[in-house]
Ligand binder design. Structure first.
Ligand SMILES: C[S@@+](CC[C@H](N)C(=O)[O-])C[C@H]1O[C@@H](n2cnc3c(N)ncnc32)[C@H](O)[C@@H]1O
Length: 320
């Protein structure tokens, strides 16, 4: 899978090897169809032999109106190659076979290599599941080159020092789907008691949590208001003892009649519409003791899970 030389990579490299199911890709990309018309799409962490991103765009090449599809395959130890599908007619009917062009790379297909950065510059939309261990660098590169992207990541990345300002400034946001998903993994993955299975073909699978999509494509979802139906009371929404905000332990319980700061779980980001809420930051940014916010319940101080701090925008509707 994904080039046998990748079997010998470092431990941290190994955790990057898991492969996205086509259903996860389809369920997300169906919301972005207009984004691809007459565009060059680049999957830059994708071995076309195994990647379902490549497969999705290959199958939907004409339906989406792509101009070109490019994939570069990373091989830790040797020069790799680039594969392209190039439109050579306006419709599927005017064209019997699209042009498939395979070109050797001088370097190893690392998305940061000068050669791959040159390809990146030529492209319009980047779509993939990049290596989690390089997520910060990956986003930074796409932002530097002002590319539209739709990529899979971990929701915790929202709290990274490099990603947080991009979220706050509304330069990137979350896509449609999030949660736990199964991914194919190579044979060298050790068996685990939970979130692990081997199917009837001997293929190993791991279930990963907190998966979400990050994008900067303007999707409908980020303009949709969350419907709020709970009412604020000081008893139901205690204040933190080290920050002037109320604790809202479930996103669905955000009160419709409170306009001060509120701490909400990270999963709120899935519902975040910048026209309805202001994103102030994350808990760590506001506490001097470097701890999480605490609330006092019956005189006992409780440390909580990570919280995002938000504020309702005055005048924003309670409903869609
Ligand atoms: C999470 S996997 C996803 C693979 C594929 N995009 C998919 O969704 O099925 C990340 C892939 O990035 C590759 N990779 C690791 N480091 C890379 C790098 N520096 N440049 C490009 N690809 C890299 C890994 O070999 C791995 O196949």
């Amino acid at each position: 899978m994904a080039g046998n030389s990748n079997l010998h990579m470092s431990k941290s490299g190994k955790t990057n090897e898991f492969y996205t199911e086509i259903s996860l890709i389809e369920n997300e990309l169906k919301h972005y169809k207009g984004v691809f018309k007459d565009k060059i799409v680049f999957c830059n962490c994708d071995d076309p032999e195994y990647s379902n991103f490549w497969r999705y765009f290959q199958l939907n090449f004409y339906h989406l109106g792509l101009k070109k599809l490019i994939s570069t395959h990373y091989d830790a130890n040797r020069p790799s190659y680039k594969l392209e599908i190039i439109r050579n007619g306006e419709t599927e009917r005017s064209l019997h076979l699209p042009d498939y062009v395979q070109t050797p790379l001088i370097q190893n297909g690392d998305f940061r290599s000068p050669e791959c950065v040159e390809i990146l510059k030529e492209c319009d939309v980047i779509v993939t599941n990049p290596p989690f261990s390089l997520f910060r660098e990956y986003i930074a590169l796409l932002m530097e080159h002002k590319k539209t992207f739709i990529i899979i990541g971990n929701q915790n990345a929202i709290t990274y020092r490099e990603i947080l300002p991009l979220i706050r400034e509304n330069k990137i946001w979350l896509g449609y789907n999030s949660g736990h998903f199964w991914f194919r993994v190579p044979d060298f993955y050790e068996e685990k008691k939970t979130d692990f299975k081997i199917d009837e073909n001997g293929q190993k699978w791991r279930r990963m949590g907190n998966i979400c999509w990050f994008t900067n494509a303007d999707i409908q979802k980020r303009h949709e208001n969350m419907t709020l139906f709970r009412h604020y009371t000081p008893e139901k929404y205690p204040k933190y003892d080290n920050y002037d905000a109320i604790e809202v332990s479930k996103t669905a319980d955000i009160p419709c009649d409170y306009f001060g700061a509120m701490g909400v779980p990270i999963t709120f980001m899935d519902k975040y519409n910048p026209e309805q809420f202001e994103f102030l930051g994350i808990d760590k940014e506001f506490t001097s003791d470097k701890g999480r916010f605490k609330i006092t319940v019956n005189g006992i101080s409780k440390t909580l899970y990570a919280r995002i701090v938000i504020k309702r925008k005055q005048g924003a509707s309670n409903e869609d």
